[in-house]
Ligand binder design. Structure first.
Ligand code: FCB
Length: 437
């Protein structure tokens, strides 16, 4: 299928990429992840986050490059452990640094999206029990400091990145810190994160009434593994619970409200101004009667499309489907992550065009999508997978630090500049021929 005509996006649509502090900055020695990386066997390829991309040192050149690639927005996170290296101790040099970072972005006409919690915690917070215990006040102290400091520069705030994924990987699968495997702890952590969001939402609006506050919510497409009614039912159940329950929990983190609203009556959460969604792939869901821990379903990577280095299926249609399912919330939506890991840049051009077509289809069907932030700008430190998972639009040589835009970065630049897709983009994505202009 080709694109028959130009697909224009709404005026003012925001185009850019998303990052997270610990994945790109380097020099983050005071958080939970630095300690985790030091433990043998935790990072698949044995690599470390430092120096990695060393964006902490090179942010000016990095932003100049992204601006030259047509980006009009950029998502980053502020590293809590830099601002509060110890409880109640503010590091003013770190605050000054992030002010320069945000001012630089603005000077290039790029709208900052700032995440306040993206997986990493200060070491002291982790040692005191992390999110499993109620330390929400400490997080709010950080939020208050940061928002007071940068409210003149930032309008879009993301309180928490992927609360569900954080709780699952850290407390159920145990492959992220603190490495627990306990449903009870996972639920406690998730409840605290959702409550932290609710309280941060009120706090940010008190400090900055015009702020736009959201979360980055991980969603996936869930389809039945077979046409059997039990697979169909369990796929429906997983879609409703995994994609929708957390949105309900932001208002009221009780199991009854979360399940009730997700299954029966989705409604606009009172503590969101927009929904940020992170979409990557599809899982096929198979009924598993003996597995209550996984809600009676097994997930199998989708079997139809090409696979990324992570083993995830490329399934652009799912992005349209998850966006359409957000209609009952009647809220603006921003794609805060969507991307692909691969060694070369073979699948990414087509991935970009097909996912943007899916976004365009959802907009046409009435979803108020305001922006698209590709994951990610630069090849970076992909948590438990280390440096091997190359998700960047820009290639990074980790030995020299050299940045080289990949073909898809040029393709994306054309799309950003013309605020839409052109049949020529589709043809280029097919043939793999791109020019640097
Ligand atoms: C998301 C994370 C992001 C990155 C991508 C690949 O779950 O938010 O930091 O690791 O996956």
């Amino acid at each position: 299928m080709t694109i028959p005509r130009r697909l224009d996006f709404p005026e003012g649509f925001l185009w850019g990429a998303a990052t997270a502090a610990h994945q790109v900055e380097g020099h983050n020695f005071a958080n939970s992840w630095w300690d985790w990386e030091a433990q043998p066997g935790r990072i698949r390829d044995g690599t470390r986050s430092h120096p990695g991309v060393d964006h902490w040192t090179h942010y000016e050149d990095d932003f100049a490059l992204l601006a030259s690639l047509g980006h009009t927005a950029h998502r980053l996170s502020i590293e809590w452990s830099r601002v509060f290296p110890a409880p109640d101790e503010v590091n003013h040099a770190a605050l000054d640094h992030y002010r320069r970072v945000l001012e630089t972005l603005r000077s290039y006409g790029m709208a900052p999206f700032v995440t306040l919690h993206h997986f990493s915690n200060p070491r002291w917070f982790e040692q005191r029990g992390s999110w499993r215990v109620d330390q929400i006040d400490a997080f709010l102290q950080f939020v208050e400091t940061v928002v007071t400091e940068y409210r003149d520069l930032v309008r879009w705030w993301i309180t928490i990145n992927e609360p569900g994924v954080y709780a699952n990987l850290g407390y159920v699968e145990g492959i992220h810190p603190p490495g627990e495997r306990s449903l009870r702890s996972a639920w406690a952590a998730l409840r605290h994160l959702m409550t932290a969001h609710r309280r941060a939402y009120a706090l940010i609006h008190r400090l900055q009434p015009e702020a736009q506050v959201g979360i980055s919510h991980h969603v996936a497409a869930y389809t039945p593994y077979s046409a059997h009614p039990t697979d169909r039912f369990i796929a429906w159940l997983h879609d409703r619970l995994l994609n929708h329950a957390i949105l309900a929990g932001l208002d009221d983190p009780s199991l009854t409200t979360m399940a009730g609203r997700a299954l029966l009556r989705p409604r606009r959460p009172a503590t969101l101004d927009f929904i940020g969604i992170n979409y990557y792939t599809r899982s096929e869901v198979r009924f598993a009667p003996n597995r209550p821990r996984t809600l009676f379903g097994d997930h199998v990577p989708g079997r139809q499309g090409p696979k990324t280095l992570f083993g995830w299926e490329v399934y652009p249609r799912g992005l349209r489907d998850v966006l359409l399912a957000l209609r009952p919330y009647r809220l603006p939506v921003v794609i805060t992550e969507n991307g692909i890991a691969e060694e070369s840049d073979t699948l990414r051009p087509r991935f970009l065009v097909d996912h943007l077509r899916a976004v365009h289809a959802a907009i046409r069907a009435g979803v108020d999508v305001r922006g698209y932030l590709h994951w990610t700008a630069f090849d970076n430190f992909e948590w438990a997978e280390g440096l091997q998972m190359r998700f960047g639009l820009v290639h990074v040589d980790f030995a020299t630090g050299r940045r080289t835009p990949k073909p898809s970065a040029w393709l994306y630049a054309r799309i950003c500049r013309r605020n839409g897709l052109d049949p020529a983009d589709w043809r280029a994505a097919q043939s793999g021929v791109f020019s640097a202009r």
